[in-house]
Design a protein around this ligand. Structure first.
Ligand code: FAD
Length: 461
């Protein structure tokens, strides 16, 4: 059976099925060896270290900048808005807290209970298998992003408040890129001043509307539009969401995604998204609010936000000495819409490839060095994106399929596999007997869903 699908299909997030990865092909290994040799013969940088600019100070940019600075690279991080409040649910997996050494005080809530609510309002609790120390972290992005940028600065990165405009390409293999940006140094007022910066390589971490992607002709991707309201609810209502999050599925809240209520420090974030019916997003948002109405009654909307979510990677993510990471590259998973961890992880992975390829900033890098990041990324995460793509198509396609989806969430084995996969980005070893039982249950749920759909089709004729 397709155990990878079973292990990752339910719940908020997905897994990183590293244990399911194909073994590297001999040809690839050989290829990689050749590239290492090429990097080592690249020219030495004299009188200074390699200079790298990162455009965008979200999780992808902050993580990349810290890794570069620690690795001996002269690092510039350009962020247009230092108090940027990225529209985002802010749910992060437990492994991110450890892998990125996040202090616990930047995490607003530790969610240990997740309610999955079907189109007919059947609610299934899916946190029952969590161990006492396990949780989903809920952060406010203005807090997380600022923290990661500050840490990059402490590691030696120059953090520049500026709006990147365009770049001039190098005229030779070792010539610099010239970046043009509007600098906001506080002295020139709101309009800012025209500035330029010369660097040897560029990381585009500037999100879904990436100008760096445009500069290298990276091509477009399909995207969802996600809408979110931050709602301050009375204290007694907030108590209910203290350690609990909700996911709503149904045609009313989204034809192809889910609606959510995620708890923050003193408010909840209520939102939804869609790829196929973007013009109806406000209608879906009202429906999500309506479904949660008893629990958010008396609430006051304190912020309304919307932003695109990429649906798949861009056709091109690399050109010469410029690479894209995070949303700029298109690394959000289907089904769950998770992108924070993947942004930070891709930023770090790209930076590591530059540090390694330049021998800690002593040599010039070339496209082959940056390509190593893409190879590693695709090898590690490509199956995850594929599986979640299929699952979204199967389970989010109709209300009966969604009822089946929620029904399966009641299975403790599914919950354990899902949470282990989401929290640690690793697939926990399965139990063959339980896998088989689950396969039978899955098929049963889908058969019931299809039968129900046929009945509904008949009655609507
Ligand atoms: C409503 C919504 C809810 C979501 N919920 C979740 C969730 O719960 N969990 C999860 O994991 N993911 C979630 N996501 C996805 C997640 O927000 C993204 O995947 C993540 O923010 C990507 O990080 P990033 O660093 O690549 O880009 P971004 O976070 O978009 O950061 C890009 C940065 O670049 C800066 N920038 C942009 N252009 C320029 C420029 N020209 N010059 C200088 N700076 C520039 C921006 O100001 C910004 O700080 C959600 C997305 C949306 C829209």
């Amino acid at each position: 059976m397709a155990s990878i699908a079973i292990k990752t299909f339910v719940g908020l997030r997905q897994s990183s099925p590293e244990s399911h990865l194909p073994k590297p092909l001999p040809a690839l290994t050989h290829h990689r060896k050749l590239r290492v040799a090429a990097a080592k013969t690249s020219p030495k940088v004299t009188g200074r270290n390699l200079r790298v600019a990162i455009i965008g100070g979200g999780p992808a940019g902050g993580a990349a900048a810290e890794t570069l600075a620690k690795g001996g690279i002269e690092t510039f991080l350009i962020e247009r808005k230092m108090d940027n409040c990225k529209p985002c649910g802010g749910a992060i997996p437990l492994c991110m807290v450890g892998e990125f050494d996040l202090p616990l005080d930047i995490i607003d809530r530790r969610v240990t209970k997740m309610k999955m609510i079907s189109p007919s309002n059947v609610a299934v609790d899916i946190g029952r298998t969590l161990k006492p120390h396990e949780y989903i972290g809920m952060v406010r992005r203005e807090v997380l992003d600022a923290y990661l940028r500050e840490r990059a600065a402490a590691a030696g990165a120059a953090v520049i408040n500026g709006l990147f405009l365009k770049m001039d390409k190098p005229t030779s293999k070792t010539a610099p890129y010239t970046l043009h940006y509007t600098g906001y140094d506080g002295k020139t007022g709101g309009a800012g001043s025209k500035e330029t910066l010369e660097v040897d390589a560029v990381i585009g971490a500037d999100g879904a509307n990436s100008r760096v992607a445009k500069s290298i002709g990276a091509g477009d991707y399909e995207y969802a539009i996600a809408f979110q309201e931050r709602i301050k609810i009375p204290d007694d209502k907030m108590k209910y969401y203290e350690d609990l999050a909700e996911m709503y599925v149904g045609d009313d809240v989204s034809p192809d995604f889910y609606g959510w209520v995620f708890p923050k420090c003193d408010h909840v974030a209520v939102g939804t998204g869609t790829v196929t019916h973007k013009g109806d997003i406000k209608k879906f948002q009202s429906a999500t609010r309506l479904r949660a109405r008893d629990k958010i009654l008396g609430g006051k909307i304190i912020r309304v936000e919307a932003h695109p979510i990429p649906e798949h990677p861009r056709p091109k993510r690399l050109a010469d000495r410029v690479a894209l990471v995070g949303d700029a590259a298109g690394y959000v998973t289907k089904c769950s819409g998770e992108g924070i961890y993947f942004a930070a992880k891709s930023g770090r992975m790209c930076a590591e490839a530059i540090v390694e390829g330049s021998e800690n900033g002593k040599r010039m890098v070339e496209e082959g060095d940056l390509r190593k990041y893409l190879e590693k990324w695709d090898k590690t995460y490509w199956p995850t994106y594929k599986v979640l793509d299929v699952l979204q198509k199967v389970f989010y396609r109709s209300n009966p399929a969604r009822e089946a989806f929620v029904e399966m969430c009641a299975d403790e084995y599914v919950q354990k596999m899902t949470f282990d996969s989401y929290l640690y980005k690793k697939v926990a070893p399965g139990n063959p007997l339980e896998d088989l039982k689950l396969a039978v249950n899955t098929i049963g749920s889908l058969v019931r869903a299809n039968a129900l759909r046929r009945e509904m089709d008949k009655s609507s004729v």
